[in-house]
Unconditional design. Structure first.
Ligand SMILES: Cc1ncc(C[n+]2csc(CCOP(=O)(O)OP(=O)(O)O)c2C)c(N)n1
Ligand SMILES: [Mg+2]
Lengths: 338, 411
């Protein structure tokens, strides 16, 4: 066991897999010699060589497409897209190709590509370094979509993704790369060493894809969330003094419906929290599923806290970011409903 | 698998701790290259894409057929704009380091590109810049306070707080809004130029991207559409040798100059000494006149060097020698124009010093004024309601509701 932040945990996952499996390769902008703009691949090129940790031209469509081709020819590529905001030039290759290759060839062709990409705001990055586009990808059949909320999960989930024969889009909430974040930018930053999940085994381990985790057990309401918002929700429930059951979805697609449903059936109330914009966001899928499965157990309408339906504004970061205040307001709303 | 791999991985000539090495750089002597007629056929001038158009020689004289023969007054204005750009950049960099703005990108060493080109274009020509073309704003005379207020995201911010610093725009000045997504403006400029041609106007468009960005599909859309429709546009690749940590070899610059992509699709490519104000001006004039006369697009590669870090988030000492910039064979654009002006008796060290002082004062005064409109830490602040405007032309009902929700929360 070691103390790791999320960057180190992700680095360790890739290190373990490069070491265990000669077919694993990494390709992306600035990932090689430099070790990535967030340093997630630091030291890996030196260790495994520049034929396995490959600097790419600035072309996200090219990165995804060549990763697909490598995957078809027996490699197990990890493609890094420098920011989720820059994934769109690769969108066609992801949606029309990567996601559908197995289906259209009746299982004869497939490509086990894992696309890693930092997402989310709270870093004063403006509209092109802050987006949370996971809902665009959960809408695509044929992709797995994953977003960890802590170092331990990040490593175990990333290893599962690399080992999976399915294509995965793996979102990394960059605001919590270096420490958990409760939504209050005025508080001093806290390191991962203060968090139980900052303890990470050095070697190989996996966290199965498709399983959510109950991070707080509670009886009054279920909060369904993921990524940075797990920490914001925990802090908000605590501040509000509400005995909330908090679920970290982790694997957005396919979704662990059973865990969510069991919890809402128990608590009878449900709040969904994500950073991405609200309209047609992933929360809509969660709310629809809960409504279908738990309608007769619900004591109040399902609530949603999400980013406002605007591009991510540079100057209004903290008015935009769905912080504790908004989560608390939504919690009280749902708790008061009779 | 990797042992015996036949895959070629490009390597920059020097890494940290090694001596800078620019032996890969192919140059031509100043004045050596003929200036073809603006109606020349692309096939007849393909050599211009691999040679290097230069006007200023090592003795600071302007030589050869590409000399634009600008009068000294114009050269002094060019020098002033380049110096202003440099001093503005240096100041904003310091301001970012003091935590007063969130981010910044300097154009140090590349000032001749924006300034000479801005001066060679007409004010009615439309510019689609990247984030390293601040010199265009100097040439077209945007108030520095406006630029600083954008960087501050304050109450006078042209972007109403929505964009990162330096992502300016200026509709009246014909400078398009800067995107954070690389390369997108390149084919958009072609579309703007197509519209000008469709409407029968003689304005042209110009756009700029970096060497690294030529790898994006947008670059290829741009040169293809520009060629197919003979669009009146100047497409500029600013080859400053580096993307972030990857050198221009990772965009395919090792094998062929970027300018040579032009003849590949049937448009002329000009490879120009980007640190030579006169050469950049002359090449732009040539391309502009050709475009205005119906000759279509030109691809210009400006061979230059990114002297500063990629951005305030970058540390180049991690991936290239510290003294790389000083060893760059094509020198510094400000110094070269200054030396030329001195050589022809139209400038002096004293006047240069005085100009620097004056411009520092101008920048300082603008900064002081900008702060009155608010800073990151002190008001006045932008009204939060502004966050919801301009998503669509009119506020849709769901945003009206969200705006009301935010207002209620703040009470
Ligand atoms: C689509 C997209 N991919 C990646 C990035 C991240 N990024 C910003 S600038 C940059 C390097 C660009 O290099 P170059 O085109 O040479 O321009 P320069 O910065 O040298 O002017 C990268 C990779 C981005 N902004 N947009
Ligand atoms: Mg560059």
């Amino acid at each position: 066991m070691a103390q790791m932040n999320m960057i180190q945990a992700l680095n360790s996952a890739m290190d373990v897999m490069l070491d265990r499996d000669r077919s694993v390769v990494i390709i992306g902008e600035d990932v090689g010699y430099f070790g990535g703009v967030f340093r997630c691949t630091d030291g890996l090129q030196r260790k495994y060589g520049e034929h396995r940790v490959i600097d790419a031209p600035i072309a996200e469509g090219g990165i995804v497409a060549t990763a697909i081709g490598m995957g078809v020819n027996g490699l197990r590529p990890i493609a890094e897209i420098q920011f989720a905001d820059y994934i769109y030039p690769g969108f066609d290759q992801i949606v029309s190709e990567l996601a559908r290759l197995r289906y259209r060839s009746a299982g004869d062709f497939w490509s086990p590509v894992t696309i890693r990409t930092p997402c989310g705001g709270g870093i004063r990055g403006g509209q092109t370094h802050s987006q949370s586009p996971e809902g665009i990808f959960t809408h695509v059949s044929g992709l797995r979509v994953v977003m960890p909320s802590n170092p331990y999960d990040a490593k175990g989930l990333l290893i599962s993704c690399i080992e999976s024969d399915d294509p995965v889009v793996f979102f990394e909430p960059k605001r919590i790369y270096n420490g958990p974040f409760d939504g209050d930018p005025d508080k001093p930053a806290i390191p991962w060493s203060t968090h139980a999940k900052g303890e990470v085994p050095d070697g190989h381990y996996t966290i199965p894809l498709g399983l959510a985790e109950i991070v707080e057990t509670g009886s009054e309401i279920t909060i369904i969330t993921y990524g940075t918002m797990v920490h914001v929700s925990q802090a908000a429930a605590k501040t509000a003094g509400i005995d909330a059951e908090i679920i970290d979805v982790r694997s957005l697609a396919p979704l662990d419906v059973d865990t969510l449903v069991a919890s809402v059936k128990k608590t009878g109330r449900c709040l969904i929290v994500h950073e991405a914009t609200r309209f047609s966001g992933f929360g809509a899928e969660l709310a629809a599923t809960i409504q279908e499965e738990c309608f007769w157990n619900l004591e109040a309408p399902i609530g949603r806290v999400a980013g406002w339906d605007t591009p991510y504004p540079h100057a209004f970061e903290w008015e935009y970011f769905p912080g504790q205040k908004r989560v608390i307001a939504a919690l009280s709303n749902i708790m008061e409903a009779k | 698998m990797t042992r015996g791999s036949r895959l070629h991985i490009p390597h920059p000539p020097a890494r940290p701790g090694e001596e800078p090495d620019f032996s890969y750089l192919e140059t031509s002597p100043a004045g050596a290259i003929a200036r073809p007629d603006i109606n020349a056929k692309t096939a007849d001038i393909e050599h211009l894409a691999v040679e290097l158009i230069r006007v200023l020689d090592d003795d600071h004289n302007a030589v050869g057929p590409w000399d634009p023969r600008l009068d000294p007054g114009e050269l002094q204005i060019g020098l002033r704009h380049m110096l202003l750009t440099r001093i503005f950049d240096a100041r904003m960099q310091r301001i970012q380091r003091q935590g007063k703005i969130t981010f910044y990108m300097q154009s140090t060493g590349e000032e001749a590109v924006s300034v000479a080109q801005g001066m060679a274009l007409r004010p009615s020509d439309m510019c689609f810049p990247s984030y390293r073309n601040q010199g265009l704003y100097m040439v077209r005379g945007r108030n520095l306070v406006d630029l600083m207020c954008q960087c501050l995201s304050n109450t006078r911010d042209m972007c109403k707080g929505r964009q990162l610093p330096i992502m300016y725009h200026w509709a009246e000045g014909n400078i398009f809004s800067i995107s954070g997504n690389l390369g997108t403006q390149f084919p958009q400029a072609v579309g703007w130029a197509m519209a000008a041609a469709i409407k029968g106007e003689d304005h042209i468009a110009a756009s700029w991207i970096g060497d690294g960005t030529t790898a994006e599909a947008d670059f290829h859309y741009a040169i293809t559409f520009a060629s197919v429709y003979r669009a009146p546009v100047i497409l500029n690749v600013v080859n400053n040798q580096w993307a972030i940590s990857t050198f221009q070899g990772f965009a395919g610059g090792e094998k062929r100059p970027f300018a040579a992509r032009g003849p590949g699709v049937g448009i002329p490519g000009l490879r120009v000494d980007g640190n030579d104000f006169l050469a950049v001006h002359a090449a732009t004039q040539w391309a502009a006149e050709r475009a205005r006369r119906g000759g279509g697009a030109t691809l210009i590669e400006h061979v230059t060097y990114r002297q500063a870090a990629h951005s305030t988030s970058d540390d180049p000492s991690r991936y290239r020698p510290k003294n790389d910039a000083a060893a760059w064979p094509l020198g510094d654009p400000v110094e070269r124009l200054k030396d030329h002006l001195i050589k022809i008796g139209e400038w002096s060290e004293d006047r240069h010093e005085a100009l620097i002082k004056e411009l520092e004062h101008v920048v300082q005064a603008a900064w002081k004024e900008s702060n009155k409109y608010g800073t990151l830490t002190e008001g006045p602040w932008l009204d939060n309601d502004l966050m919801f405007d301009d998503v669509l032309k009119e506020l849709p009902p769901h945003l009206e509701k969200q705006r009301a929700e935010l207002r209620a929360l703040e009470e």
